[in-house]
Design a protein around this ligand. Structure first.
Ligand SMILES: Cc1cc2nc3c(=O)[nH]c(=O)nc-3n(C[C@H](O)[C@H](O)[C@H](O)COP(=O)(O)OP(=O)(O)OC[C@H]3O[C@@H](n4cnc5c(N)ncnc54)[C@H](O)[C@@H]3O)c2cc1C
Length: 473
């Protein structure tokens, strides 16, 4: 129960995705802990919470239209799930085996002990057919090449090519990392996507050596020896249970179907103009929308122009359910397609092999992803054309000949922000400019400091802490 006094501060959170909901949770938690008189209003433009988290439950299947799992390196999701009482619902992947389709050749398994495309042990890498002998010899130059001279940002592709050579990057790094970031490694910023690789290189003289060193000291909950991979987790009853739990825990005012159109100053407060023609006066704001929407809120003041230069990729996930007997035997959980292959698919995940509980016995659920950088047009095709394209690729890939019993196409327009070279400086500048104009307004979400769910939760938490400091210091 909030006792409204003269000191009561009102905070608005714009956007009810995982970032906005996490910001609301931590604002509420910290206000209670420190006895801050705080009112929270959460405004979500659509009629449902969760943003990109969307779980479809149908005939015993759990189909994830957006994120299907996460890697919780800092236990951010675990900590939040524990506070929400849903930690018992977390489950780790049952299997993990990744393949790569290179140049339309046969599928090749990623060598054991390979993390983010980087081998950490020499024997399995040398035994792999993914790269020729000369490519392997070139890749091992990573052990002896001097560290780069750091002068500003560079692309992930350029850094990797220098350390490991062209063939290794084309056949292993590119498909893997382009899949992970839904982007083009030659445009993505090293500093903004994988700064630890630069750190490994600078500290140990080799990316492989640095990665190996980190793995040996890693918490076994994060890295599983059994699967030689980062531990991938999901929620047994579907990813959106964290959305429901956060919504249940929220005791502020929730306004669904209400879009914020602009943000202006009003004396020493902040005034939000809403699409229902009303205005909302608040003391602080967390903007947890995609960056395109955030920028539009200040179009009159010409603020946050830097955000205009953050591109976003359009992707679609195509969930296909097959009867087990209609699929050829295949032990892979994930397949990534290199861009030098003819596939329209960028990756395929066998969800049932990873998480057997998500489908009734006898069925396999594949999540197939399409939409490369510069190829948004494919996502605009009709559902049946997309389905046909995916089936043709699956046929070429693994000999699938039968039709799925069910297909669900989920389009995600401009949904994957690209952290291109200079991203960190752009964000720093945007946040500084915003702080100078509106000291009690914060930006958080997948456009800024990490696209994964744990990173979005961390940003929600950080924005809540900063805002409380600003309002009650
Ligand atoms: C297909 C796909 C697969 C993915 N897979 C994974 C994965 O496996 N693992 C992983 O960790 N991450 C994954 N991600 C990334 C992750 O899902 C997102 O980064 C994360 O969900 C973004 O959350 P968010 O709250 O920042 O933004 P969003 O989820 O986009 O939420 C923003 C909210 O703001 C609302 N909004 C916008 N404008 C306004 C306005 N003016 N007023 C009010 N409300 C507004 C929107 O309606 C929306 O609900 C995936 C993403 C996609 C698209």
């Amino acid at each position: 129960m909030i006792h409204v006094t003269d000191n009561t501060r009102r905070v608005a959170i714009i956007g009810g995705g995982i970032t906005g909901l996490s910001a609301a949770f931590y604002l509420q938690e910290q206000a209670k802990l420190h006895h801050y008189p705080l009112e929270i209003v959460l405004l979500e433009g659509s009629h449902r919470l969760g943003g990109k988290l969307q779980t479809l439950r149908k005939d015993g299947f759990i189909i994830e239209r957006g994120p299907d799992s996460f890697i919780d390196r800092n236990h951010t999701v675990l900590d939040l799930a524990t506070k929400l009482g849903i930690d018992h619902d977390l489950v780790q992947t049952a299997n993990a085996k990744t393949y790569i389709a290179v140049n339309n050749k046969e599928l090749q398994p990623v060598p054991k002990n390979t993390i983010l495309g980087i081998p950490t042990q020499i024997k399995p890498f040398m035994a792999s057919n993914l790269v020729s002998w000369s490519g392997k010899v070139r890749a091992t130059a990573d052990w002896i090449l001097p560290p780069s001279r750091i002068d500003g940002d560079q692309s992930l592709g350029k850094f990797m090519r220098r350390r490991f050579g062209e063939e290794f990057v084309q056949n292993l790094i590119e498909p893997f990392l382009s899949g992970v970031f839904s982007g083009d490694i030659d445009e993505l910023s090293l500093q903004a996507t994988l700064p630890t690789l630069l750190q490994y290189e600078q500290e140990t003289g080799s990316v492989m050596r640095g990665m190996r060193r980190e793995l040996t000291s890693m918490d076994p909950r994060t890295f599983t020896e059994e699967h030689n991979a980062f531990s991938v987790q999901t929620f047994t009853n579907g990813m959106d249970i964290i959305v429901d739990a956060l919504a249940d825990a929220f005791n502020g005012q929730l306004m669904k179907g209400v879009r914020v159109q602009s943000i202006k100053k009003s004396n020493d407060r902040v005034c939000l103009a809403l699409n229902n023609k009303s205005k909302l006066l608040v003391d602080g704001v967390v903007i947890a929308t995609p960056h395109q929407a955030a920028q539009k809120l200040f179009s009159e003041q010409q603020l946050l122009q830097d955000l205009k230069s953050i591109p976003s990729n359009t992707v679609a996930s195509v969930s296909m359910i097959f009867k087990d007997e209609t699929l050829p035997e295949f032990d892979g959980t994930d397949v990534y397609m290199s861009r030098n292959s003819d596939y329209s698919l960028t990756s395929v995940t066998n969800e049932t092999m990873k998480f057997p509980h998500i489908a009734p016995k006898g069925y396999t659920l594949l999540n197939c992803y399409i939409g490369r950088t510069g190829d948004a047009a494919i996502v605009e095709l009709s559902d049946s054309e997309i389905e046909k394209t995916v089936i043709e690729d699956l046929k070429q890939l693994s000999g699938v000949t039968e039709q799925p019993v069910e297909t669900v196409v989920s389009r995600w327009k401009d949904s994957m922000p690209q952290y291109t070279i200079g991203h960190i400086d752009r964000i720093k500048h945007a946040k500084k400019e915003l702080y100078e104009a509106f000291p009690t307004v914060r930006l958080a979400g997948n456009s800024y400091e990490g696209i994964s769910l744990p990173k979005c939760i961390e940003q929600g938490m950080k924005s809540a802490e900063e805002l409380l400091d600003e309002l009650f210091k």
